[in-house]
Ligand binder design. Structure first.
Ligand code: CAO
Length: 473
């Protein structure tokens, strides 16, 4: 009898996840509790065990795909609950031809599905492209109508090129997927590979038709049984030619950071403005505040969050997003400040909601609570959403200056480096003052250089002389 094994609720508030690894294939015999797939969410990476035993009739998920709670992962033929390795091996061998046929059929089915995806994606890209072309046209003189026909012909040619460029990686993806589904190994062998941290895709199987056994995995771990990485696979040279290398899977946080930073970097024309401010008096004030607050640590970041909110209220464009398709700037009337937090697994940016309505004490307590949650990987998606501006304080770690990347779809980010005591010439004499370096990166489509310099100077002035900043000189 066929039984469908579905994705259970992985964790609270998480309804979908990315399939990071498929550990089983059609024809494998699996026992209850054996891992079928590994999924990754923003918060964690989880292996999903089977809730029944039997022989796998069909694997319904693909590596890299999205899966929702309740979606079918595998279809089992129940009753074949024999986890004995010997039997498993002979069953595997007997079924190998049928399995290969099934894999071939699956691969063909997948490639049909993929073709649908390519068309859908291409259509979407065409839409995106047309808005991009519109923007480009806007920047030119003359009527759009008069140019329309020429533009259409030109666009058709460009679209063909875009399609051709897009289809290439898709074809390669199909090839990669076929290769993945062609890896033949039992669940116990796959488990061993995971335990040893060996990428099963890279192992050359010594069994019949390239089947991978335990010995192959162990040999791969010691480094002498891996398939040669073709440079084309990742568009990289074979680094192992020059010395020993190790491949590490990117964590979900690393993947999310890679996606968001490269999206921001490619979409946003960045400018970074540098400045510095004398934080000596503010530090003295902070220490006084700290004496009154025994249960919360008043930090530079918390005070800066409050000052930044005042700056955003005076310079509303910095608290906006650009809607390029509609050629509008969306000004937000709320002040949700993201705080970049360094965690063992990578960068996370929890958000202090309505920072304008909170005291420095409340903001300080919230930063402590959210950064602890971030480091324990306990942040909920809501706690990381809705930010309007980010503060990235690297000063506790060190460095003299850095250029932060704007957090798309926001338009600006404040970088804070390490405050150091420096001699400053005041009233005909050098005096030791604590100087805090600041850097502001912004989207030049929305913010001009003069505005960037004024915004950052206002923050510097507010730190040095709050009364002057608030009341004006
Ligand atoms: N200059 C000098 N010292 C600083 C400082 C600065 N700019 N900022 C903080 N410090 C000091 C603090 O005073 C504190 O010293 P004490 O322990 O002696 O009191 C120490 O550094 C540690 O600060 P903290 O971490 O307790 O508190 P914080 O509010 O300043 O920082 C947080 C909180 C979450 C911003 C920080 O822990 C963090 O993760 N920073 C890294 C952010 C990051 O990775 N950014 C890069 C993102 S890429 O754009």
């Amino acid at each position: 009898m066929a039984k469908e094994i579905k994705l259970p609720q992985i964790s609270e508030g998480v309804d979908s996840a990315e399939v990071a690894e498929v550990m089983v294939s059609a024809g494998d015999t699996i026992s209850e509790g054996d891992s079928m797939i590994a999924v990754e969410t923003d918060k964690a990476s989880v292996e999903v065990p089977s809730t029944a035993s039997g022989k796998i009739k069909e694997v319904k998920v693909k590596e890299g795909g999205e899966i929702k709670v309740g979606d079918v992962i595998i279809v089992l033929e129940e009753g074949d609950d024999d986890s004995d390795e010997e039997k498993e091996a002979s069953t595997d061998e007997k079924d190998e031809d049928a399995e290969a046929e099934k894999e071939q059929a699956n691969a063909e089915e997948d490639s049909d599905e993929d073709e649908g995806d390519v068309e859908e994606d291409t259509d979407k890209k065409e839409d995106d492209d047309s808005s991009g072309d519109e923007d480009a046209a806007d920047g030119e003189e003359g009527s759009d109508e008069g140019k329309e026909k020429d533009d259409e012909e030109e666009d058709a040619g460009q679209d063909k090129e875009v399609k051709a460029q897009q289809e290439q990686p898709e074809d390669k993806k199909k090839e990669d997927e076929k290769e993945y589904s062609a890896v033949a190994a039992s669940p116990s062998v796959r488990r061993l590979a995971r335990e040893l941290g060996v990428d099963i895709q890279s192992i050359k199987g010594s069994g019949e038709k390239g089947r991978i056994n335990e010995g192959d995995v162990k040999a791969a771990k010691s480094g002498d049984n891996t398939k040669k990485q073709t440079p084309a696979a990742a568009d990289l040279p074979d680094f192992s030619k020059w010395g020993s290398v190790e491949r590490q899977k990117m964590s979900s946080i690393r993947k999310a950071t890679a996606k968001s930073t490269s999206g921001s970097w490619t979409q946003i024309p960045h400018v970074t403005q540098f400045d510095q401010t004398d934080i000596t008096d503010l530090e003295a004030y902070r220490k006084k505040m700290q004496e009154k607050a025994t249960d919360v640590k008043i930090t530079v970041t918390a005070i800066l969050a409050k000052i930044v909110v005042s700056a955003l209220q005076r310079f509303p464009t910095f608290n906006s997003s650009l809607d390029i398709a509609n050629k509008e700037i969306i000004l937000k009337h709320y002040y949700h400040i993201g705080i970049a937090v360094d965690t063992e697994k990578g960068l996370l940016v929890p958000v202090i909601k309505d920072a304008d309505k909170k005291s420095i004490y409340e903001i300080a307590a919230e930063i402590t609570a959210l950064s602890e949650k971030a480091r324990d990987q306990k942040l909920s998606p809501e706690e990381m959403q809705g930010g309007t501006f980010v503060i990235s304080n690297l000063g506790g770690i060190g460095g003299t200056q850095f250029t932060p990347i704007v957090y798309h779809p926001q338009v600006a980010i404040l970088g804070v480096s390490r405050a150091v005591i420096q001699p400053v010439y005041i009233d005909d004499a050098f005096q030791p003052r604590q100087i805090l370096p600041l850097s502001l990166s912004y989207d030049h489509r929305v913010i001009d250089g003069a505005a960037g310099a004024k915004f950052l100077r206002w923050i510097g002035d507010a730190i040095e002389d709050p009364l002057k900043a608030i009341l004006g000189s």
